[in-house]
Design a protein around this ligand. Structure first.
Ligand SMILES: Nc1nc2c(ncn2[C@@H]2O[C@H](COP(=O)(O)OP(=O)(O)OP(=O)(O)O)[C@@H](O)[C@H]2O)c(=O)[nH]1
Ligand SMILES: [Mg+2]
Length: 364
């Protein structure tokens, strides 16, 4: 029904003129998500909506314009950077005659493509199926979904099943597997005497790069979203003495992280549930840092991670031309540290702060 390469039109919406600059960031983020998912972006647009149409989400006049553009530019997938109701997806697909993908489905698709370990695969498949189940009757151009591409991919090379009974059976099998994994992680964390330091933060903030700088590891990093899915834990000495800590890298967070994913990821994150110190990594170049901090704090709460102590780590200061921003953030967040994980600036100072905040350790 459509060619192999998915040619996408990305749309984001804003409701008030003064929200436009935030909407621009949201559109950029969605573009990054779409690129990570592997589609070809043909067009992107921020559209002003006065109200939301309950049947189509997009109001008639705007929809008409989108329809022309879809036709003119041979678009075969419309990516909507909002959470759509199943009925809205069906109506949009019927009207536009192309596949329509909402933000949640896009994120789930990336997770499905990036899942490598068996644990991650279980978590992601479970999240996808939980998302899919209430929507089974919602899809319009079902045929296009059976054809492949975003919204049909499961972890690995598998394709999502759309049969209700099969899905229910599979969910229960996966839930059981996840319970076992969780138990296993809990046993490990109970028998641990070392302090646990966990890196958290918005996706692409530089957590893994910082993890590598602190541990001399070489974990995969990259300028795309959700490069890391599985938590990695390493024993490291930060002062060249016998004071070992356990440092953990984790999955990145994002605004409106699908709830089904959050629920799934609780299992592997249970190992870092009781961290002695959380390092909240932030890309200092981001325009809307306060909103991102809030997002990360919300996801931490949703995951039930206990935060005993936390330190904000502003990363990528090598890119920072505006010294004023650093001064401003030092005043706003007095307990913060400024580093460049890639250029290894101020890493030794961060190590000292980690040791003080986590509390020096005794034992292995
Ligand atoms: N200029 C600059 N770039 C950096 C720095 N730290 C990380 N980066 C870049 O930022 C991008 C994201 O880095 P990662 O370490 O993969 O980020 P992450 O937070 O682990 O991201 P996810 O695992 O995808 O959530 C990569 O292209 C890094 O090279 C830094 O200090 N300065
Ligand atoms: Mg990472």
């Amino acid at each position: 029904m459509y060619s192999k390469v998915e040619q996408a039109f990305i749309v984001n919406f804003y409701y008030n003129q003064d929200e436009l600059y935030l909407a621009e960031d949201d559109l950029k983020e969605c573009e990054m998500l779409a690129m990570t998912a592997g589609v070809q972006i043909i067009m992107k647009e921020n559209i002003h909506l006065r109200n939301i149409d309950s049947a189509y989400f997009i109001t008639r006049g705007k929809l008409e314009i989108i329809k022309y553009k879809v036709k003119d530019h041979k678009i075969n997938v419309l990516i909507v950077n909002k959470e759509l109701k199943p009925v809205q997806v069906r109506n949009l697909e019927e009207y536009l005659k192309v596949k329509v993908i909402g933000r949640t489905e896009l994120i789930l698709d990336i997770f499905a493509q990036h899942a490598r370990t068996s644990e991650a695969k279980i978590q992601v498949e479970l999240a996808q199926l939980r998302y899919l189940l209430p929507r089974l009757t919602g899809y319009g151009i079902l045929l296009s979904r059976l054809g492949g591409g975003i919204g049909t991919r499961g972890p690995g090379e598998t394709k999502l099943e759309y049969d209700r009974r099969h899905i229910l059976r599979r969910i229960s099998t996966l839930q059981k597997k996840l319970k076992d994994i969780e138990k296993h992680h809990q046993v490990i964390s109970k028998n641990r005497t070392m302090k646990v330091v966990t890196l958290v933060g918005y996706t692409n903030a530089g957590k893994t790069t910082l993890f590598n700088a602190l541990t001399h590891e070489n974990l995969k990093t990259g300028n795309s979203l959700f490069v890391t899915l599985d938590p990695t834990i390493r024993k490291v000495s930060l002062d060249n003495e016998q004071n070992f800590i356990l440092l953990s890298d984790t999955v990145g967070f994002i605004k409106e992280l699908p709830h089904s994913l959050v629920a799934s990821f609780k299992a592997t994150l249970s190992e870092v549930k009781n961290s002695d110190l959380v390092l909240h990594v932030i890309d200092i170049q981001d325009r809307n840092i306060e909103a991102k901090i809030k997002t990360v704090e919300e996801v931490i709460a949703e995951l039930g991670l206990e935060v005993r102590h936390s330190v904000i780590v502003f990363n990528k200061i090598d890119k920072m031309k505006d010294q004023g921003k650093i001064t401003r953030f030092t005043n706003l967040y007095p307990e913060s540290v400024f580093v460049s994980a890639r250029e290894k600036i101020n890493i030794d100072n961060l190590k000292k702060i980690i040791l003080i905040k986590a509390g020096k350790n005794n034992g292995l």
